[in-house]
Write a new protein. Structure first.
Length: 398
């Protein structure tokens, strides 16, 4: 993530419910801050909830598989997790194998580029993640099209590009703005869950594989949703199910729901890559219904909904380059924002004070990409019940 990147969503909607993303003294107070401010916020979040002791840095998950046979009932399945700790001082790698009651996979899906298979590719080739802002499907879809061409038919070995209308042009450099693929190479479910470039499945409500629920679940598969608000709702739902405070439908009922969703997409002519695409700005009702049906999250305040779905998206459509710095909120958004800064700011301070820390004004840079982490969900979950990885690699069938 390059240093100048800024959020594409307002900070008022980008924090966790019990520790909101309020501006802090001496830091980037803009509504759409740069990456460092988000990093500092997450560091403060970890400090406030004392998560550092439950996070394993410099550790890569290399294999996750069922410790019991696939025929075992889902509630009885345990998981064998093998991880490797890489010593930063060049020391030996430490290989660890553990058994867990449940596995939650949330390794993201914006790290493995989706690259076409091309024989004898021409010239210079670059994936858009290195030089093009590719931070979200909604913003990418409203970038101005200065030069419209038909779809590319083929890349030729002589350095030319042939379009679908038979026009051929010479290209000095090819930049693939082809997005990313789902990749969970460490997970082995004996074929019960499939991961390909476009989707993970079958997943009930984008979260639970019916044949392995609730011992296996996924957070963060959907695209276009409010993050981290939607993902927090998924995590809360999983926690409620694992602790017996909520129940899932029978396996057959979950599979029926998955099949009905697939057929609805086919009837609508939607491509497979839209399986998990539920953009909050386009399908807000679908997003709200998921959150309020499955989690105990409080409803998002009306002024936040207006801020995101009206002010934010409307401004982005009108002025993509400068919408982050516009100040044209309605009076209801202004009043809601003032109240939010006062109340959420006090909660932020109280949480840090209770943890014995006043928050960081400066943090040393640390790149956690490719690092595995275990988050202790006490008191919701016993420590070995949640396992996550931030590792991304080549997609495969599992």
């Amino acid at each position: 993530m390059y240093a100048s990147v800024r959020l594409i969503g307002p900070r008022e909607c980008m924090g966790f419910s019990d520790f909101q993303f309020v501006p802090r003294p001496g830091r980037d107070a803009r509504r759409f801050p740069a990456r460092r401010e988000m990093y500092c916020y997450l560091k403060d979040f970890c400090a406030a909830f004392r998560l550092a002791g439950a996070v394993r840095l410099n550790t890569k998950v290399v294999h996750v598989a069922m410790a019991s046979s696939p025929e075992a009932r889902a509630g009885d399945v345990k998981w064998k997790v093998r991880s490797v700790r890489v010593e930063l001082d060049g020391g030996e790698e430490v290989d660890v194998e553990e058994v867990f009651d449940a596995v939650v996979v949330f390794n993201g899906h914006y790290s493995q580029p989706r690259l076409p298979s091309i024989k004898d590719p021409p010239g210079n080739q670059i994936h858009g993640e290195r030089h093009v802002t590719a931070t979200g499907g909604v913003e990418a879809s409203i970038q101005p099209r200065r030069h419209l061409h038909p779809p590319v038919d083929r890349l030729c070995s002589d350095g030319t590009v042939a379009f679908a209308d038979d026009v051929v042009v010479a290209a000095d450099t090819v930049i693939y703005c082809t997005g990313y693929t789902y990749s969970i190479p460490f997970l082995d479910t004996a074929g019960l869950v499939t991961v390909d470039v476009d989707h993970v499945g079958p997943l009930y409500e984008h979260t639970f594989p019916p044949s392995l629920a609730p011992s296996l679940s996924f957070v963060g598969v959907p695209m276009g949703v409010f993050a981290p608000w939607f993902f927090e709702a998924q995590a809360r739902w999983i926690a409620l199910v694992l602790t017996g405070k909520a129940a899932l439908p029978p396996e057959t009922e979950m599979m029926t729901a998955v099949e009905e969703g697939r057929r609805a997409m086919e009837i609508a002519g939607a491509p497979a890559k839209h399986t998990h695409f539920i953009p909050a700005g386009v399908k807000p009702r679908e997003v709200w219904e998921f959150v309020y049906r499955h989690s105990d999250l409080p409803r998002m305040e009306d002024w936040k909904v207006e801020l995101f779905t009206t002010s934010n998206l409307k401004n982005a459509m009108e002025d993509r380059e400068a919408y982050r710095d516009r100040d044209d909120d309605s009076e209801s958004v202004r009043e809601g924002g003032r109240r939010w800064r006062r109340v959420a700011g006090a909660q932020y301070e109280a949480a840090l004070a209770a943890a014995g820390r006043g928050g960081d004004h400066a943090h040393a840079h640390h790149d956690d990409a490719g690092v595995a982490a275990v988050r202790n969900m006490q008191p919701l979950l016993p420590a070995p019940c949640q396992f996550s990885t931030l590792n991304g690699a080549t997609p495969q069938k599992i």
